[in-house]
Design a protein around this ligand. Sequence first.
Ligand code: PMP
Length: 450
Amino acid sequence: MIYLDHNATMPPASAVAQAMLSILTDAWGNASPQHAVGQQAKGALAAARATIARALGCEPAELIFTSGATEANHLAVCGLHAAAPGGRHRGVFSAIEHAAHLKLARALAARAVAVDYIAVRPDGTLDLDSAAALIGPDVGVESLMAANNETGVLMPVAEVRDLVHSAGARLHVDATQFIGRLPFHFVQSGVDAVSLSPHKLRVPKGIGTLLVRHGVTLVPQVQGSQERHRRGGTENLPAIAGFAAVLERISDVASEAARVAALLDALEQGLRCALPAVHVFSAQASRLPGTSYLRFGEVPAEVVLQRIELLGVAAMDVPRDEALAAVRLSLAKPLRRRTLSTCSPICRRCFVHCWRKQRIPLERALNLSSISGVRNHESHDPQGQQGRAERLRAKEGPGGAHCRDGAARDVGRSRHARERLATRIARDGRRYAAAHHGRSAAHCGRGGVR
Ligand code: PMP
């Protein structure tokens, strides 16, 4: 199985497993009690905290361990909102926060907290005019993700930070998909709170981290004496030690980012060549190095995902109300170019299979000129901004300038070129059907090529 869902989670690193095992055998105590076993655990926790703080560019006291990024996000927003001075009653979220975080926003609104959403442009980037219009003197906290988990689009954190701070409010950043993939330093970021999720960095699930700038007050949401009374509950020391072990070994984030970006470029080019119906969303925006959010013609995502998994690739879909046909491929260490080179033919076979199974005319399945007819899946804006497709089509053209067979360039140019392409895919479809279903090629031309 080629695992291309690294934004969902990553396989634990062996150094992490070793660090966790050593805690489970040698420092398994609860870090709170005064006895020797507790003190040993306390020492291990302090050492891990210091390592993590050093790697993230913060003070150890600025770190709060939680159960995951969902809880860290919740603590940041609710804790900062509750600590905001009177008159700062409004909370602002970007419209494309993680689904759980948007649920929190809706829950706050249901509890009569004033909540507003910063709009997102059709290419998945944040609309700074909307941010400037919404951030004012009545705002207590603004919450913004550093990079979108589906499209990988990077958000303008520094610009929003300046808007928020000049309005006297607090900025919380959900850097779950960002940290470890692009260089990060908490103090230099100048923001008030940052959440992250170590299981996106090769640590097992069940631990999260919130960084809170020294001097920023936060009202705890889970009572208890741990984490300087800011988050109650016994710390997950094995996972925290595993997190420290992984951060200790991350040496050069920038060059790894460049390597993964080159892998992603090659994968997208290969896909466009093998299957010109592939459309990459937010292709022109600044994105995380390893995230590609794409559509296989107009074949529905769930059909593609079922098939692609059978063919040996693990990808991820997005909720049905957000995307008709989009899947997400996300890359990270230790993927190599050779492994990825098998993906394009797999995706082409997958498309051919799905097209035949779906019984949609090939012309429709492939037709890039119908992008604008696809339901609003290019924008994550809950208000449903339209028009992205048109702009993307104008900007991106048929794509695939480096494709050897020029197939991608054919698409969308002329009816004749599209027909040539359709003939090629249909031929593949007949071969595929003959090979997989033992049927004669002559009987497999269902619907013909329209
Ligand atoms: N925020 C973002 C941007 C995410 O991608 C995720 C995980 N998909 C979360 C928050 C939630 O993280 P966790 O699983 O640690 O609760």
